[in-house]
Ligand binder design. Structure first.
Ligand SMILES: Cc1cc2nc3c(=O)[nH]c(=O)nc-3n(C[C@H](O)[C@H](O)[C@H](O)COP(=O)(O)OP(=O)(O)OC[C@H]3O[C@@H](n4cnc5c(N)ncnc54)[C@H](O)[C@@H]3O)c2cc1C
Length: 312
């Protein structure tokens, strides 16, 4: 096999891609993991991953992900930080275009995860990194003794509001709905937390501030009244967009843009698999993404060994 030829290439260095890399390398497959912009993916910035097996008190993502990478590299997986930008099926192989050159592989596991959705309102892009953020653990320590806002009502919003509350004077959760969609455990902690206030039925209309964020303008869903709220930080958790544009429409997506697979993580085209939160029906939790990665690796190994694909 020449230098740029692989049994399995994995696009994505989150927990799904890292686990797939580990399992493919352990199966003796020549494996390359393209980690893209963020080795560790979303978990890297999470101070306490809840619900991951083996860590009853949680574990920081910045501890867990390098451990898995090290384990995969120890098993023989190759890593690089390039991003996949294109994919083509040619003569029973896949050509993966990356910013570091082309790679050829029998099987490709897509584990490119998601990016955080934005509010799409004035000022948000201009003040990103100047008060507007998607990472509580990175930016909260800069806002001690001040007030931070969190937008959203799901697991991520509430979990990160609780992380913020450890650092700042007060947290205000702004949610457009009339109730949270998060797990009850998070809702309970938020309700009981003396430093967290909640404003339901509230839309963030504008981000205020010239050089840095100074606050937001909100509008009530029910009465339409607007109000300004002074904030040192605004943390946005309003959903996730799957990273699939680079696939050139080679695979079927569900209505949310996530990749359709069978239960072995296989797509319709032989040798193409998907794992983690980029996949339709992903459970959205880290343990589920790791499980997807392991399942995809086993299916990819079987394909490389036997060349059989159920739908081919
Ligand atoms: C704020 C927040 C808190 C959370 N807390 C928890 C928790 O406590 N417990 C829990 O179980 N889950 C939690 N989750 C969910 C968890 O983060 C996800 O389930 C998990 O990160 C999914 O992993 P993944 O590998 O599928 O994708 P991601 O984590 O999204 O990783 C995607 C990877 O793909 C790479 N990539 C992107 N584009 C390309 C490309 N073109 N080429 C190559 N690589 C590319 C990225 O660099 C990254 O390495 C949380 C999520 C958020 C947003």
């Amino acid at each position: 096999m020449s230098n740029n030829e692989y049994d399995v290439v994995i696009a994505g260095g989150g927990i799904a891609g890292l686990t797939a890399g580990l399992q493919c390398a352990r199966a003796g497959r020549k494996t390359r993991v393209l980690t893209g912009p963020a080795l560790g993916g979303h978990l890297l910035s999470i101070e306490r991953i809840d619900g991951y097996p083996g860590f009853p008190d949680g574990i920081p993502g910045y501890d867990l992900c390098p451990m898995v990478q090290e384990q995969a590299a120890g098993a023989g997986a190759e890593f690089d930080a390039s991003a996949a930008s294109g994919l083509a099926a040619l003569d029973g192989r896949w050509r993966v275009t990356t910013n570091g050159g082309d790679l050829w592989t029998r099987a490709i596991i897509v584990a490119t995860g998601t990016t955080s959705r934005t509010l799409g309102i004035p000022g948000e892009t201009r003040l990103r990194g100047k008060g507007v953020s998607h990472c509580a653990s990175c930016d909260a320590p800069l806002m001690r003794a001040r007030v931070a806002g969190v937008v959203g009502g799901g697991d991520s919003a509430l979990q990160e509001a609780l992380t913020l509350a450890q650092h700042v004077a007060r947290v205000v959760i702004l949610h457009r709905g009339e109730a949270f969609s998060a797990q009850e455990a998070y809702c309970r902690q938020v309700r009981a937390h003396p430093k967290v206030d909640v404003r339901f039925d509230t839309i963030v209309e504008d981000v205020l501030g010239d050089a840095v964020l100074t606050g937001v303008r909100t509008r009530g869903v029910r009465d339409g009244t607007t109000a300004d709220l002074e904030l040192a930080g605004l943390f946005v958790y309003v959903g996730l967009t799957p990273v699939t544009a680079w696939l050139n429409h080679l695979t079927d997506l569900d209505e949310t843009g996530r990749i359709l697979t069978d239960s072995a993580m296989r797509c319709a085209r032989p040798g193409l698999l998907a794992a983690g939160t980029v996949r339709a029906s992903s459970a959205g939790r880290a343990a589920a993404a790791a499980g997807d990665g392991a399942t995809a690796a086993i299916a990819a190994d079987g394909y490389v060994k036997h060349g059989i694909w159920p739908t081919s």
